[in-house]
Each structure stands twice: as C-alpha cells, then as structure tokens.
Design a protein around this ligand. Structure first.
Ligand code: GLY
Length: 298
C-alpha cells in the first residue's frame, strides 16, 4: 500500500516575537514530538494536538501557561481542532485548565457538540478528568499592569501599530494522507472578558478540508472578517499551498490587517505567511526540520 509523505507545520504566533531563540527552541520540540507520532503511524489529529499541547506548557507562547489576560485579569483561553472530514471540536473562554487543546479534542471525540464556551467548557474539562490549573504567570500579569499603567487598558480592538497577540497552531498530514489542524490562543492582553478569538471559530483561525488545513495567528477580529483559514484552504482546491497562502496574506496586507498563517495541502505541500512584522514558525518534512523566526523581535 502506498503511504502519503508525512508533514507538519507549526507556528508560535505572529506579532509577539519577544525572544526569537526561545520561540525557535519551543517550536522545534513541538514539531519533533508531533512528527514522531506521525512516524509511529499516529493520526494527523494526534500529532497536531501533541504539538500544540507542548506549546501550551511553554510560557514563551501565548496559550495555556502564560496566556494573555483580560481587562479583569482573568485567563480565558480558546482552542480548537478540526480534521479534513469536517469534524470540529473547540472551547472558548475556558479557564483554569492547563491544556485547552486537550479539552477541545475531547469535544470532538467525546461529545455530540462542536463548540463549548465558558462554564460549559470548564465543566467538560472537569468531567474528563482535567484538574484545575492556574495558567497565570508573573509575566502575563505584568503585561496587563503595564498596559493599564500606559492608560491603554481600553485599547482593544483599536490597538493600531503592532498587534501583540500570538497563538500557537499546528497542521499535519499523516501516512493515510489525512489532514488535521489545532490552534490554541490566550487572546490579546486587556481585551473585554468574554471576547472570543479566531482560534476557536471554525473557518476563521482553524479549518481543515480535503484540500488542506490551516491555522492562523494575529489579530483575531481581522482573521474573522477574512475567514482566513477557510479562504486559504478554499484556494488550495486549485493551487499549491504556498500560492494559496501568498494570495490570502496579500489580501490581508491590502486591507492593513495583521495576520499570519501556516498550512498544508493534500499533497503535503506546506505554506506560511504573515502581514505582521514578526512570526515564528517551522516545519518538518522528509524527517528534516526547518525553523524560522522572522522579524526584528521586540
Ligand atoms: N489570534 C488570537 C487573538 O486574536 O486573540
């Protein structure tokens, strides 16, 4: 039986590259562990969930531990997974859980629902055995305090200039040629409580179909306007991933939207692109690792 070439692409966020080396190191671990599962005949879904959960545990990335805080100082997180057959599982505004992506996976595998929010998402996490976990860090608290001290606490969404968002995401193709995507976000510092980012919205920050899979990062409200993941995957029906990403990001740039994405198409062609000054990402194909941390950083 012919098997598909394996491939995986991860991003560590656009517009938030404070420490290039830490981003590269963290992404490399996530990619290698996710790809290892693909090598061991794991599914694309297993691989992307593994990679993103590793990034959630690394405070360098804005998801899970170290997530950005709302104006009220709460850590409300969004995460989602999707497979090429259209199955979707997501959580939004989930709190007190170490790995939102694992709860999102449970929504897909263990419930009849696609998306759970707030108290319902928290209740599912407890029911599935995920213990209470405080993801706040000194750095995430300091980011909010600094924002407030600068009198910019109500900045969002009229932030202007450089959008410091971040998100972590992964896409993969397994040996059966199946595609999957996972995205997890701690949101934007100082947002209103209850705000949902693109990460958990199907088609916006997270989307997979037979033609491809895409995970986005950047300014969530802009990504939602563009339905960026859906738009890019749609383009992959008629063009390679790299061209699809270039065109999708060009449109974002034309509209002055700050976004980034990674993707993979049905042939294992990988793509990445960003209209932000910074983005960290990497990919692994044919057992080789390629890493990029672009931009000037902070
Ligand atoms: N893309 C992440 C956010 O807007 O919060």
């Amino acid at each position: 039986m012919r098997t598909s070439p394996l491939g995986m692409v991860c991003h560590g966020g656009a517009g938030a590259l404070a420490d290039r080396q830490a981003h590269s190191d963290g992404l490399a671990v996530a990619l290698e562990e996710g790809y290892r599962l693909l090598r061991q005949s794991g599914s694309a879904l297993d691989a992307v969930v593994k990679a993103v959960s590793i990034m959630e545990d690394n405070p360098v990335f804005n998801c899970g531990t170290g997530s950005n805080l709302t104006l009220d100082g709460t850590a409300e997180m969004d995460a989602a997974v999707m497979t090429q057959d259209g199955r979707f599982g997501g959580v939004c505004c989930v709190t007190d859980v170490r790995n939102p992506i694992l709860v999102a996976e449970k929504v897909l595998t263990d419930t009849d629902h696609a998306l759970l929010c707030g108290a319902g998402a928290n209740a599912l996490a407890r029911r599935m055995g995920f213990e209470k976990y405080d993801v706040k860090t000194e750095r995430s608290s300091n980011r909010l305090e600094t924002l407030k001290a600068e009198g910019k606490s109500s900045h969002f969404p009229r932030l202007g200039g450089r959008v410091k968002t971040g998100t972590a995401g992964a896409v993969a193709i397994d040996k059966h040629g199946s595609l999957a995507v996972a995205t997890s976000s701690g949101g934007i510092t100082g947002r209103m409580p209850g705000r949902v980012s693109d990460a958990a919205i199907p088609g916006a920050g997270t989307y997979a179909a037979p033609s491809g899979a895409v995970s986005c990062t950047g300014h969530g409200e802009a990504i939602i306007q563009l339905m960026l993941a859906h738009d890019t995957v749609g383009r992959m029906k008629t063009m390679p991933a790299s061209v699809a990403a270039t065109l999708a990001v060009s449109e974002a740039r034309r509209r002055k939207f700050m976004v980034g994405l990674v993707g993979i198409d049905a042939r294992g062609g990988v793509c990445f692109g960003h209209s932000t000054p910074d983005m960290s990402y990497g990919y692994m194909i044919a057992d080789k690792l390629f890493m990029f941390a672009e931009g000037k950083g902070k």
